[in-house]
Design a protein around this ligand. Structure first.
Ligand SMILES: Cc1cc2nc3c(=O)[nH]c(=O)nc-3n(C[C@H](O)[C@H](O)[C@H](O)COP(=O)(O)OP(=O)(O)OC[C@H]3O[C@@H](n4cnc5c(N)ncnc54)[C@H](O)[C@@H]3O)c2cc1C
Length: 409
């Protein structure tokens, strides 16, 4: 049992063990091929969803579009309900951690498709949009993408946005391009943020790859997260049916703010997972690697490094296990900022403890360190988290700021 395992209940530990066993048995052996892009992540994701039963309500969504009949099965008491919700949330968090411990890139592909695409359509879409687009993505039959960033619009994604949608009869004409889009080269469905050409309002549109005028780039060559393909999407006067405007027009910008807060909490979880894994590798290595006739863990300078890594892990663990869907924007930024930095710091320390071996790919920590860097950039860079936190602290009218997207407060 790891030293930081002590807070798990029996039920939680058994959930953790089930996911850990699965990822180590099924995902770990594929990771080298995934990282070398010899195979794509999507067949594994589909298999994982089936094996672990990760899309339990896909059939129901297909039938109902998420509309409850009003005759709910009110058998369970409120307490049972609360406990069931808590366990489901724990399991979702733990699944992310176990996947990301083995392969953060796979977790990123899955998280964008299921969380940012399907999650947003499910939350804000019409029943028809939910029926049509959510179940196939939840099951892993289709790949979803979330498209906000543009070549000239990153941190200031809303203020500098150039992609436009112009109403023309019963459709919108979508024009522009998005970049750094996770899954884009193989995406089937895209949730695209664009400026209404007439009103300037930013809305989201559900776009299908098969439509005329939609194209994507080859996957980018990246420093890390190589399992997860990233690329550009181009919209060349694409006719988007009016019924594909998300929610037929989400009234205010809160939905983007909330999905960014969710993305940031997800990034904190990923960062924690890879830091935890790197720490375990370094701890084990320090106990077994001998220099000067004794394990390097006997040396106090190595002990200090391990102790400081543990402090980072322990603090991050509290953040990651206490987050809630209702976590405020400022706390989501704080979590993302802190834990993403821990991810980079701890993985670098792990490389150092392994010495020269830490620099060799076989020992895994160098991959985790490369993967960790993205988590300080994506979902809003460190600076954007700081600016957003500061704006909240200073009580400014954040909705009126020009930096309204990755920096939206
Ligand atoms: C692998 C990968 C996957 C991604 N996946 C997606 C995705 O699926 N969907 C999506 O929409 N986006 C995605 N992104 C985009 C990501 O969110 C952006 O890269 C990020 O928000 C930063 O934007 P930028 O790269 O344009 O950098 P810029 O905004 O140009 O920033 C460059 C530097 O300037 C700093 N800076 C910018 N503005 C300020 C300021 N006001 N004050 C102080 N410093 C500032 C930044 O912090 C950064 O250090 C992905 C990116 C990568 C690399």
């Amino acid at each position: 049992m790891a030293v930081y395992d002590v807070q798990f209940s029996d039920m939680e530990r058994s959930i953790r063990d089930q996911f850990r066993k699965y990822m180590e048995k099924e995902l770990a052996p594929l990771t080298e091929k995934l990282e070398n892009q010899e195979i794509l992540p999507f067949p594994f994701i589909k298999q994982m969803v089936a094996d672990l039963g990760l899309a339990p309500d896909a059939d129901w969504l297909e039938e109902t579009g998420g509309v409850k009949s009003g005759e709910g099965s009110a058998a369970a008491s409120d307490d049972d309900d609360e406990e069931a919700k808590r366990i489901i949330a724990f399991a979702g968090n733990q699944l992310t951690i176990e996947m990301a411990r083995v392969n953060p890139g796979l977790c990123s592909s899955w998280g964008v498709s299921v969380g940012l695409f399907a999650g947003n359509v499910r939350k804000h879409g019409t029943p028809e949009q939910i029926k049509k687009y959510v179940p196939s993505v939840l099951r892993g039959d289709k790949v979803g993408c979330w498209c906000l960033t543009e070549p000239g619009a990153g941190s200031d994604a809303f203020g500098s946005m150039r992609t436009t949608a112009k109403k023309a009869g019963d459709c919108y004409i979508l024009k522009g391009s998005k970049t750094f889009i996770t899954n884009a080269p193989y995406g089937d469905v895209f949730l695209v943020y664009a400026k209404d050409a007439d009103t300037g309002a930013i809305q989201a549109y559900i776009v299908e790859r098969e439509w005329e005028g939609v194209s994507t780039s080859e996957p980018f060559h990246k420093m890390g997260m190589k399992t997860s393909p990233t690329g550009e999407v181009f919209f060349d006067d694409v006719k988007v049916p009016a019924e594909n405007l998300l929610g037929l027009g989400v009234k205010d910008r809160d939905h983007v703010r909330k999905s960014l807060a969710g993305e940031r909490l997800g990034i904190a979880t990923l960062s924690y997972a890879l830091a935890e894994k790197a720490f375990e590798i370094a701890l084990e290595y320090a106990k077994t690697r001998e220099q000067g006739g004794q394990p390097i863990a006997n040396y106090q300078l190595v002990q200090e490094r391990l102790a400081r890594m543990y402090v980072d892990i322990s603090n991050s663990r509290r953040i990651v296990y206490s987050k809630q869907p209702s976590t405020s924007v400022i706390d989501a930024c704080a979590a993302k900022l802190y834990v993403a930095e821990v991810g980079s710091r701890v993985t670098q320390q792990a490389i150092h403890i392994l010495g020269g071996y830490g620099y060799i790919t076989e020992y895994e920590v160098e991959r985790l360190a490369r993967d960790a860097k993205l988590l300080e950039l994506g979902g809003g860079t460190t600076e954007i988290q700081i600016l957003t936190i500061a704006r909240h602290l200073l009580n400014e009218n954040v909705a009126a700021q020009t930096f309204e997207a990755h920096s939206i407060g």
